[in-house]
Design a protein around this ligand. Structure first.
Ligand SMILES: Nc1ncnc2c1ncn2[C@@H]1O[C@H](COP(=O)(O)OP(=O)(O)OP(=O)(O)O)[C@@H](O)[C@H]1O
Ligand SMILES: [Mg+2]
Length: 330
């Protein structure tokens, strides 16, 4: 069963393409992540799927309903937690939920039951009557997730659910998101630029960059696509003969030398490392250090985009500063 179906979805803002012809499907009950740097087009995608923004072209169905022709039905079937916090600090946690539940037309009895349930689900039962202004950042985020879920949506959108939270609070929220997904069988589509978050939470990930989905699969299969484990050797001496020998090894999927460092992609790296080291010795090259690790999503991102996510974000910031400078000079 398909929960979300996206076909050639595109969004332009004054000639700038923010979302560029993306297509994907999300199965019912799946936890799907859109992973990408600042400005990649994640929020714009979520806004189109949740009917807040009209696509420039393309189609999408959410819970079987067309996002353009059946807006109201789409809206009734989804919950959304926005990237920007949207709670009323002057109300208690319970009152914030109450207000939302009323908008969905729940009667008093149902409201009370659901508020109790969702507060329990996100571990905030004992804070129900505390003013939200006195909540911590993590507690606010949990309350927003509870709110997005109160009317039992089939699909829940979480736009950067842990943005700006410390590592420990983030983990806490991951567990609640997982619980929501597994115990309530709700389809979740989340956006993030945290690699660990996508890796830990998502059944499948779409890597999005400059509005395009450039890779999509389970975290493990994405890592497997890199062709094995990563071995990094720091070499000493003339490595030409050694490099020739490496080039002939069938189990080396790819290698790259950067100054004195040689990076190799090798299937079953732990088994092959001793062999590689002994070849180096035979070819008269010293090895100062050798490390082996399984590819991370960071490596996957680098592989597909040519940059780390941090480099991408730094260059985005630079572009913005340039733009701002030119603006102010005028
Ligand atoms: N209303 C708008 N008008 C003009 N440009 C916009 C508008 N909304 C978004 N953009 C641009 O579209 C691009 C994608 O923005 P979007 O907010 O979807 O990115 P994002 O992946 O959610 O980024 P972040 O990680 O910073 O939240 C950006 O370059 C942004 O400046
Ligand atoms: Mg965003």
């Amino acid at each position: 069963m398909v929960a979300i179906e996206v076909k050639n979805l595109t969004k332009m803002f004054n000639g700038f393409t923010a979302v560029d012809n993306i297509s994907f499907k999300v199965k019912k009950g799946e936890l799907f992540g859109l992973l990408g740097p600042n400005g990649a087009g994640k929020t714009t995608t979520i806004n189109m799927l949740s009917t807040l923004l009209n696509p420039s072209s393309g189609h999408a169905k959410v819970s079987g309903y067309d996002i353009i022709k059946e807006r109201e039905k789409v809206r009734r079937s989804i919950g959304i937690v926005f990237q920007e916090p949207a709670l009323d600090n002057r109300l208690t946690g319970k009152e914030n939920l109450e207000f939302h539940a009323m908008l969905y037309g729940m009667n008093k009895k149902e409201r009370n039951r659901r508020i109790k349930e969702v507060l329990e689900l996100v571990g905030l039962s004992d804070k129900a009557n505390v003013l939200v202004g006195n909540y911590s950042g993590g507690m606010k985020r949990r309350l927003e997730i509870a709110r997005g879920f109160i009317h039992r949506p089939k699909v829940l959108f979480l736009d950067e659910p842990t943005l700006g939270l410390d590592a420990q609070t983030r983990r806490h929220i991951w567990d609640y998101i997982r619980k929501l997904n597994k115990e309530n069988k709700i389809t979740i589509i989340l956006t993030t630029h945290y690699m660990e978050e996508a890796d830990y939470l998502c059944d499948r990930i779409g890597i999005i960059d400059h509005g395009k989905i450039i890779a999509m699969d389970t975290p493990n299969r994405l890592k497997d696509k890199l062709g094995g484990d990563i071995i990094i050797l720091e070499l000493e001496g003339n490595a030409d003969k050694f490099m020739n020998a490496i080039n002939k090894l069938k189990f080396v999927n790819s290698f790259k030398k950067h100054d004195s460092k040689l990076t190799l992609m090798v299937k079953k790296g732990e088994k092959r490392l001793p062999e590689i080291i002994s070849i180096a010795q035979k070819k008269g090259v010293g090895i100062i250090s050798a490390t082996l690790h399984k590819p991370s999503l960071e490596n996957v991102f680098l592989h597909f985009t040519g940059k780390t996510i941090r480099e991408k974000e730094a260059s985005q910031k630079e572009k913005f500063m340039e733009f701002a400078k030119r603006r102010f000079r005028r």
